[in-house]
Design a protein around this ligand. Structure first.
Ligand code: PRE
Length: 359
């Protein structure tokens, strides 16, 4: 068996080669960056990144699993994008939120992040160009859609360019070592709803004021760190960042708890992959006549477009109790069939984005 110093010599030699290869890769990336800047095209290409990871994972990678390859390459892509053009990514904070976790899982550790206090402020930041990309939650598989995100997609001028799905585990964290000493629990509405069974078992006798809703689970952890007797329902990361001891782990009702996030940008993503979906907002013109919705759905059927999701939301700008529909269709805006529908029904449909379908 070789001794440790000769094994380390072997590693040093390989690291020299890896570094040289990375420099060579970055030289090519730099050239792509120049082309993209000259033609004003998007730096971030999630489809290309996915293609690279898929291709490499199919090779004989020995001890490297697909998730290991993904972790390594997402960091490389992060460095590449920063070299092409440093771009700011805003997310629903504060630091340690699940959205922060989702953003880092896609953009890597070296990206330039700004944490913002509300979903609306992430939309503002992307719309005004203060950040190039925004990461916001859209759906939890136990709770359903995030209404605020849906409404802002309808009202604002941004596009969905990608989705991210991560598992969500909650903990109860507090500086108080015993639950009998806890006088209030801070968290986000969606988190309270996802931990109903635990809250019923341990805090079932408390009245409504005991549970205080705030903008995010990481904000909850910040408040619980400052206030005597307070606790937070939050992520492990938020508890750790805020130096809050964890009293109970994995307190969510379901272990299959996952949340889906959108990456939004001012520029749409015009790239096709073999598994895309297209999100649209529909405001029916003839909604005072029977069959207006059926007529549109029939068009989808005629063109063989599969409807993946439909949600209705009130139109808040007017007070006649009208509503709009959020729909996900299988396919890409570059498909003839979807283009036909949007051309035909242009005054009723707002295109929200086409992106890889990860569900
Ligand atoms: C690269 C970097 C960023 C993009 O998101 C995709 C891929 C990479 O590092 O491979 C290069 C690149 O900019 C590109 O291929 O368009």
């Amino acid at each position: 068996m070789q001794d440790i110093s000769s094994l380390r010599n072997g590693i040093d030699k390989i690291d020299d080669q890896i570094l040289q290869l990375l420099v060579n890769r970055m030289n090519l990336v730099d050239e792509i960056g120049k082309l993209k800047r000259n033609t004003n095209t998007a730096i971030y290409h999630p489809d290309r990144e996915k293609e690279i990871i898929e291709r490499l994972s199919k090779m004989n990678t020995g001890r490297l699993s697909k998730s290991a390859i993904e972790a390594i390459y997402l960091e490389i892509f992060g460095v590449s994008r920063n070299l092409e053009l440093p771009e700011i990514i805003s997310f629903l904070g504060p630091d340690g939120s699940f959205t922060h976790q989702a953003a880092e899982s896609r953009f890597g550790a070296v990206a330039d992040y700004i944490s913002l206090p509300s979903i609306q402020s992430v939309f503002d930041s992307v719309e005004t160009g203060r950040s190039k990309y925004g990461v916001i939650p859209i759906e939890n598989n136990q709770e359903g859609m995030v209404k605020e995100t849906l409404d802002l997609l309808f009202e604002r001028n941004v596009f969905i360019i990608s989705e991210i799905i991560i598992p969500v585990n909650f903990c109860l964290a507090s500086k108080k070592g015993n639950i009998s000493q806890i006088s209030k629990i801070y968290s986000k509405d969606i988190a309270f709803n996802q931990c109903k069974k635990f809250l019923q078992d341990y805090f079932g006798s408390k009245n409504e004021e005991f549970f205080i809703q705030v903008d995010s689970t990481s904000k909850a952890a910040q408040l619980a760190e400052k206030e005597e007797g307070a606790a937070a329902l939050c992520s492990h990361i938020a508890a750790k960042i805020n130096h809050l001891p964890i009293l109970f782990n994995n307190i969510q009702d379901s272990d299959s708890n996952h949340t889906r996030f959108y990456i939004i940008a001012k520029q749409e993503n015009l790239k096709k992959t073999d598994k895309d979906k297209t999100s649209i907002a529909v405001k029916l013109k003839n909604d005072d006549k029977p069959g207006a919705l059926v007529d549109l759905l029939k068009e989808f059927q005629l063109k063989n477009i599969n409807l993946l999701k439909i949600e209705s939301r009130p139109i808040k700008q007017i007070y006649d109790f009208k509503f709009w529909f959020f729909m996900d269709l299988e396919g890409n805006i570059l498909d003839e069939t979807i283009q036909d529908i949007i051309r035909q029904k242009g005054d009723e449909i707002k295109f929200l984005g086409s992106y890889m379908n990860l569900c």
